[in-house]
Design a binder for this molecule. Structure first.
Ligand SMILES: [Zn+2]
Length: 219
C-alpha cells in the first residue's frame, strides 16, 4: 500500500501547477535563509502541495524536522516545544517577506527531532522507535524541502532490514489512518477534477495507479 501511494505521488508531481511551483520555491528559499541564520531545519510537505495540484486557496500541510537538545531523551518535541516554535515563527516571517501579496496558510502537523534520530542510530540498545517510524512514514508520504539535511539518516535507517520490515507494517496502518482522518479520498476526487479542468489528459498508467491505490484503500 505504501508503494502504491508513492507511485501515485510521483505520477502526480508531473502535474505541478504554477502556484505549486511558486510555493515550493518560496518555501525552499525561506528554509535556506533560516539555515543561513544558523537554524538547520527541513520540511516534509503533505497534502495538496505534495501532489502538485495547488490552487491559490489551498493550505499547505507540513512536518517540521529540526535539532532540539532539550528534548533529546524524550524522543518527542511536540508542537509546544519552544525551540520548534521559535524556528517556525522565524520561517513564517521570512516566508512572508518572500511571498509579498501571495500569502498562504501553513499548518504544522507534527515535529520531529533529528537529534533523537542521531541518538537512536548511535545507540547500542535502541530506545523507543515510534519517532523513527514516523520519520520514515513522513519521508515516504511527503515532499521534502531541504532534502540533504535528512537523506543520510533515511539511508542509514533503510539499511536496517529488520526496521524496514516493521516499518512496512506500521506504514500500511498509518496510511489507512491518514486517509480516513484527513478527508484524503475527497482530495483525490478534487485532484482529478482539477486535472481534468486543466485539460491535461491522464496517462493510462496513472489512471491504473489511482485505481490500484483506491482498491487497496478499501481493503
Ligand atoms: Zn524540542
Amino acid at each position: 500500500m505504501v508503494e502504491a501511494y508513492q507511485a501515485l505521488k510521483h505520477s502526480y508531481r508531473n502535474y505541478d501547477t504554477k502556484v505549486a511551483l511558486r510555493r515550493m520555491q518560496a518555501l525552499r528559499r525561506s528554509v535556506q535563509e533560516l539555515n543561513r541564520r544558523g537554524y538547520a531545519i527541513a520540511l516534509e510537505l503533505l497534502g495538496s502541495l505534495n501532489f502538485g495540484l495547488v490552487e491559490s486557496s489551498s493550505d499547505v500541510d507540513c512536518i517540521l524536522l529540526h535539532y532540539c537538545h532539550e528534548h533529546l531523551h524524550e524522543g518527542e518535541c511536540g508542537l509546544g516545544c519552544p525551540n520548534m516554535i521559535f524556528k517556525r515563527d522565524q520561517l513564517l516571517s521570512i516566508l512572508k517577506e518572500k511571498t509579498r501579496g501571495e500569502t498562504f496558510h501553513i499548518e504544522f502537523l507534527d515535529v520531529l527531532n533529528l537529534k533523537y534520530i542521531e541518538h537512536w542510530l548511535e545507540a547500542d540498545s535502541k530506545p523507543e522507535h515510534e519517532p523513527i517510524m514516523r520519520f520514515l512514514f513522513y519521508r515516504f508520504l511527503g515532499r521534502p524541502v531541504n532534502r540533504p539535511l535528512v537523506i543520510h539518516y533515511y539511508e542509514q535507517l533503510e539499511a536496517n532490514p529488520e526496521l524496514m520490515r516493521e516499518f512496512h507494517e506500521y506504514g500500511s496502518q498509518a496510511l489507512s489512518a491518514y486517509i480516513q482522518t484527513s478527508g484524503h479520498r475527497h482530495s483525490f476526487t478534487k485532484y482529478n477534477e482539477r486535472i481534468q479542468s486543466h485539460q491535461i489528459r491522464l496517462p493510462r498508467d496513472l489512471i491504473e495507479e489511482l485505481r490500484n491505490y483506491l482498491d487497496l484503500e478499501q481493503q
